[in-house]
Design a protein around this ligand. Structure first.
Ligand code: PLP
Length: 388
């Protein structure tokens, strides 16, 4: 049996060695703490769970959902865009429900990329941008992302022959894994670039609600002319601790929304309507749960940054996201240092290279570990002082 060539072209699973080391340590009885996974440890807020409990009892919801999402859900998405960003989107033509934003991001490539064509994806980023392109028969071109540029992906240096065959520019700010945030000027330059080169700008805004110290992450759709070339992805996963529920939405340019809808209409039948009803409760309901969660992450962030600084690692305290991105010491690679932390402190962190070639020299620490375990990990990292 022979699988498709495009399946073979997907990058290899980079965490295999770390996973094997973890299993080996655990077999010897070691108590390994993972700071590797970006998956909220705090429960979904109770009012959202209650809305689900009610919705699941309604037999109307047991039937096939509308593939594009219910009008009520899309309207709640539009209200969220208006309240949160002052952005107007039409629930019918400019909004689409997603079975998690990962689904929409991957399927967007099916809608725009023909064999041999390119997506432009940051050299440090969510693997779905390039994976979606490859599975669509296309290719991914890695945009440089430098610390001295604030990890703003550099789309100005794309070779002409790549640009001529490029269809989508993927951006993600607040950024996983670097924690970087974008300036309005950067978004404006990206929009101008996409308009000039006839590209779709796909902005992944999964972390827009996880912000610290008064920072408010914008929607790219706030920028002038954005709707001419932008589609933006939102997710309830991080905003409301709903990673397991699989619900998100896309909004923006009509042609892009319609094209993505056509792919989805042919491949899936939409998310369970009861989950959409719970998501309406999340979007329309009280938002203090989001603020409380951000306060918890901010405290964890500060403890992690202090621990890393105490052992001489360089890292900035991010203004948003659930990650701390830190430079590994001189002479180490992402993977050698992650392995050292695992062997000597029994703490798992993610090598930066798991997010692409640009991540070499960094590790990512996730703030989604319960406080007691995070404190234990921080103590162990702190004890490594001088042990490097
Ligand atoms: C977590 C995350 C998402 C959200 O994915 P869902 O499928 O909505 O759970 C999207 N983009 C990035 C960069 C993420 O880290």
């Amino acid at each position: 049996m022979k699988t498709s060539q495009r399946l073979n072209e997907l990058p290899p699973y980079l965490f295999a060695r770390i996973d094997a080391k973890k299993a080996e340590l655990q077999a010897k009885g070691a108590d390994v703490v993972s700071l590797g996974i970006g998956d909220p440890d705090i429960a979904t807020p109770a009012h959202i769970v209650r809305a689900m409990a009610k919705a699941i009892r309604n037999p109307e919801n047991h039937r096939y959902p509308d593939y594009a999402g219910s009008f009520e859900f899309r309207s709640a998405c539009a209200r969220y865009m208006q309240t949160r960003f002052g952005v107007q989107v039409d629930p019918d033509t400019e909004t689409l429900a997603l079975i998690g934003s990962k689904e929409g991001i991957a399927h967007l490539c099916e809608a725009f990329v023909d064999p041999g064509e390119y997506v432009l994806a940051p050299s440090i980023g969510y693997p779905v941008y390039s994976g979606g392109a490859i599975l669509a028969g296309g290719r991914a071109y890695a945009l440089p992302m430098r610390e001295e540029d604030g990890f703003l992906a550099d789309f100005t240096a794309v070779p002409d022959e790549v640009l001529a065959q490029a269809k989508i520019l993927f951006l993600n700010y607040p950024n996983n894994p670097t924690g970087a945030i974008a300036t309005p000027e950067y978004f404006d330059a990206a929009i101008a670039f996409c308009l000039e080169h006839d590209l779709l700008l796909a902005h992944d805004n999964a972390y827009c609600d996880i912000c610290f110290e008064g920072y408010r992450a914008p929607s790219i759709l706030e920028r002038p002319r954005a709707k001419e070339c932008c589609i933006e992805f939102f997710s309830l996963s991080k905003s409301y601790n709903m990673t397991g529920w699989r619900i998100g939405f896309a909004c923006g340019n009509r042609t892009a929304i319609q094209a993505l809808g056509t792919v989805k209409n042919n491949l899936d039948s939409g998310q369970f309507t009861a989950i959409q009803e719970a998501a309406i409760a999340a979007l329309d309901g009280p938002q203090d749960c989001v603020e409380e969660m951000c306060a918890i992450y901010q405290e964890r962030r500060d403890r992690v940054v202090a621990a890393l600084t105490s052992i001489g690692l360089e890292c900035a305290a991010p203004k948003a996201t659930i990650y701390v991105w830190a430079k590994v010491p001189e002479g180490e690679t992402s993977e050698s240092f992650a392995t050292k932390l695992l062997e000597r402190a029994h703490v798992i962190v993610t090598p930066g290279t798991g997010y692409g070639e640009g991540g070499e020299g960094y590790i990512r620490i996730s703030l989604t570990t319960p406080d007691a375990l995070l404190d234990e990990a921080v103590r162990r990292i702190g004890r490594l002082n001088g042990a490097r």
